[in-house]
Design a protein around this ligand. Structure first.
Ligand code: MN
Length: 287
């Protein structure tokens, strides 16, 4: 199943070029308080809702996919857990000693999320900001101390994520967490493809272009830690909850983005989207 949030964060199921609005039929408005995300609600009780959705799909309001604004498929995840240096090719280009196996993870601010078709806003005209192409997965069930062989029981589905990054330089040595947490630095989408439609997340081709020029191209079999291993490592440190996003790291080819660029990503069997890049109108030099 392909699931998206669209327009005012309504919940939809996509079939071919049509999106069916299902959220207002599944969830009572009474329960929709501040912070409510219909996708997370659906994920948490997917076993209950799934057959209802499948049976009633054609009774729900339908829109042409081209007529709606797709949003990030989780409005604001509880956490975005990100693998640093999870491809040998990226380790080599960065000339760093350690990989995700030793470094573990960093966290990106949930407020850094934007949707497909939104705009990455660069905060400083004098610093370098890079694109990073990543496959991400969304947690489906509360996961603590999960072994890799059981990892897929806890995964809901997959999506495409750009881990936009401020690069350190000779004068600046900010933590990863700061460098990757600016508002708009986590484009995500275009939707979530549920796990049963993805044969093997560790064997997926993906590509990222800037203004049509290929910058990154890889198969996820090149990952150092597999999807299941990442879930094992992270769930032994913290409880992973429905709707949390785990992003699996970037291959080589990271490069700078500038005001006016269009950055596109495509993940085989999942989807594609493009975001624009602009310089903040009140851009300031970072200290
Ligand atoms: Mn990354």
């Amino acid at each position: 199943m392909k699931l998206a949030l669209f327009n005012d964060f309504q919940l939809g199921v996509i079939v071919d070029d049509i999106i069916y609005e299902i959220g207002s039929h599944l969830f009572s408005r009474f329960h929709q308080g501040i912070g409510f995300c219909p996708m997370v609600q659906l994920i948490a009780e997917f076993d209950t809702y799934r057959s209802k959705i499948e049976k009633k799909l054609h009774e729900y309001p339908a829109y042409a996919l081209t007529d709606v604004r797709l949003r990030q498929p989780v409005k604001k995840p509880g956490k975005i857990v990100a693998a640093p240096v999870n491809y040998v090719s990226h380790q080599k280009e960065m000339k760093v000693e350690h990989t995700a196996r030793g470094l573990g993870f960093f966290l990106k601010a949930p407020s850094s999320i934007i949707g497909p078709n939104d705009t990455i806003v660069l905060p400083d005209p004098n610093r370098r900001f890079d694109h990073e192409l990543e496959l991400a997965f969304v947690i489906g069930k509360t996961a603590k101390n999960v072994k890799a062989e059981n990892a897929y029981d806890y995964i809901f589905g997959y999506t495409g994520l750009m881990d936009v990054t401020l690069r350190p330089d000779e004068m600046h040595h900010e933590e990863r967490c700061l460098r990757k947490s600016f508002d708009t630095f986590t484009p995500m989408g275009p939707w979530i493809v549920t796990k049963e439609e993805v044969a093997d997340p560790n064997n997926i081709n993906m590509v990222l272009t800037v203004n049509g020029e290929v910058r990154q191209r890889v198969n996820t079999k090149e990952m150092i830690c597999s999807v299941a291993e990442l879930l094992e490592i992270y769930s032994h440190i913290m409880t992973l909850e429905p709707g949390d996003v785990i992003t699996t790291g970037t291959p080589d080819g990271v490069g700078p983005i500038h005001d006016g660029d269009v950055v596109s990503m495509e993940i085989e069997g999942i989807g594609s989207y493009s975001v624009r890049v602009s310089l903040a109108p009140n851009a300031a030099v970072l200290r």
